[in-house]
Design a protein around this ligand. Structure first.
Ligand SMILES: *Cc1c(COP(=O)(O)O)cnc(C)c1O
Length: 489
């Protein structure tokens, strides 16, 4: 371990200083006015380090992390595309960041205009009538959308509809959101090719079904070609269709969920519309609805009057209450708006085809070494079921760890649950041919290593600071302070 990679407390030496505030300028009065019981009795336990030590320590630490700005990040289902820096510039303009959510709307017309225009742009892209930008993330959008679905049935006196159908390939947030919204989950099976089994769906559709949640393309990256038939069946049974928009990237500007027959959807602005979001970073999950559901969207909502003035609407007839503080995560919306405007109406249509081309290029280039359970043209992502030659005992986890040694982030692994050794790869549209070729080359190399030297691959990664953390303990019993670490030791 390099010296500066140590914990900052280990770099500490008594009396070493970075910067010392001048003591006398404040005088005794500043401290004297503090009540005695609030005064510190002992010195705080802080590392004592020089400014140079601190700068080197944190600069070195920052290079230990992996991000889209560091290298290729083929994490399927997450759409880790490049986030143009102009988005950050726009989002940090003081004209926006220094606004207060409670200031007079007269003095915040520009921000409200951006908000309103984004609502409209998303509605156009989705083929739906209206959007709320309030929810904070995809899962929060799902909950909001399902609350709209419930409210719709309730408002019509249809109280029996308490079940929601979710495919067995669905993202885990779908059944979880349904439970939180107070709906019972019914599972519909996928066919061997990954699409929904319409014959399995039909018997589930009765007058207790509130609706179905789907994503299209589905989590295997395959377009649900029977969507029109599915929409017809669900609508005839009195249910609504919810579109999980996390896979909107390959559809952008090409196909609209509203045209496929969906009534409600969310969009993950941080995925499709580019905000850095690794490690649970800031998100936004706008929810759009078809015309007959507009009145059910949550408050507050931004609207425009006849004179072109923007205002904040707090109530509609049946609107849900608030689902967020004020209007939601404005910083992410600014980035999404900058992204949409910088692409423009024409170029936005190139996102889907390029993402699709990149995914198919990788899939076809690697299928001699990796097991492709579902052949055919995929959309933005696809799934391998581990190595083709599993005789050396090298698993998907081992391959994922080995990739880190080569400077690539691992793909999503062991999801979807349909296969034992799932490896889900999504390159997005923003990667160059050279990057894709390098990744393909390394994946072939790892497959070769797995045949010739499986133990070395099983021991990977060999170059990272941490190699095999106990993931359960890291999540359930995180050690977040030096004190805690010393107590545990
Ligand atoms: C990411 C994702 C979600 C959840 O979205 P968050 O913004 O992470 O809450 C839901 N469904 C699918 C298919 C996803 O990929």
């Amino acid at each position: 371990m390099k010296y500066y990679d140590k914990l900052i407390f280990e770099l500490s030496r008594p009396g070493r200083r970075g910067y010392q505030l001048p003591v006398d300028n404040y005088g005794e009065d500043a401290l004297g006015s503090l009540p005695e019981n609030l005064m510190r009795k002992e010195k705080p336990e802080l590392p004592e380090v020089s400014e140079l030590d601190v700068v080197r320590h944190f600069t070195n630490l920052s290079s230990k992390n992996f991000g889209v700005d560091t290298g290729f990040y083929p994490l399927g289902s997450c759409t880790m595309k490049y986030n143009p820096k102009i988005n950050e510039e726009v989002a940090s303009m003081p004209q926006f960041t220094e606004l207060h959510p409670l200031q007079d709307v007269e003095s915040a017309q520009g921000a409200l205009e951006l908000y309103y225009n984004l609502q409209q742009a998303l509605a156009n892209i989705a083929g739906l009538a209206e959007f709320t930008l309030n929810p904070y993330a995809g899962a929060h959008g799902e909950l909001t959308g399902l609350m709209v679905m419930r409210q719709y049935h309730k408002s019509r006196g249809d109280h029996k509809r308490t079940k929601v159908i979710v495919p067995d390939s669905a993202h885990g947030t779908n059944p979880a959101s349904a439970m939180v919204a107070g709906l019972e989950v019914l599972e519909v099976k996928s066919k061997p090719n990954g699409s929904i089994d319409v014959e399995d769906l039909k018997p589930l559709l009765d007058d207790t079904v509130a609706g179905i949640m789907m994503t299209n393309p589905n989590t295997l990256g395959m377009f649900e070609t029977e969507i029109v038939e599915i929409a017809k069946l669900v609508h005839e049974a009195g249910g609504l269709l919810y579109y999980d928009g996390a896979n909107l990237n390959p559809m952008l500007g090409k196909v609209r969920p509203g045209d496929m027959g969906f009534d409600i959807m969310h969009i993950n602005l941080h995925k499709t519309f580019s905000t850095p979001h690794g490690g649970g970073g800031p998100g936004s999950g706008p929810v759009g609805v078809a015309k007959h559901l507009i009145d059910l969207l949550p408050s507050p909502h931004v609207a425009k009057d006849e004179n072109g003035k923007f205002y904040i609407e707090y109530k509609g007839n049946n609107r849900l209450g608030s689902v967020s503080a004020f209007l939601g995560n404005f910083g992410v919306m600014m980035k999404a708006y900058a992204y949409i405007l910088s692409l423009g109406k024409e170029n936005i249509k190139n996102v889907g085809p390029m993402a699709t081309l990149n995914a198919n290029y990788i899939k076809e280039s690697l299928k001699d070494d990796y097991l492709l359970p579902i052949a055919g043209v995929c959309k933005h992502e696809f799934v391998f079921d581990g190595l083709k030659d599993k005789s050396g005992g090298v698993t998907t986890l081992n391959v994922a760890k080995r990739l880190l040694d080569y400077g690539f982030h691992a793909p999503t692994i062991y999801f979807p649950l349909l296969f034992h050794e799932s490896m889900m790869i999504e390159p997005t549209e923003t990667e160059s041919l050279e990057t894709l070729d390098e990744f393909i080359c390394v994946m072939h190399q790892v497959a070769k290593e797995a045949r010739e030297n499986p133990d070395m691959v099983k021991g990977a990664p060999h170059t990272t600071l941490i190699s095999h953390p106990d993931e359960t303990a890291a999540a359930k019993k995180p050690i977040l302070s030096y004190k805690q670490m010393k107590q545990n030791a």
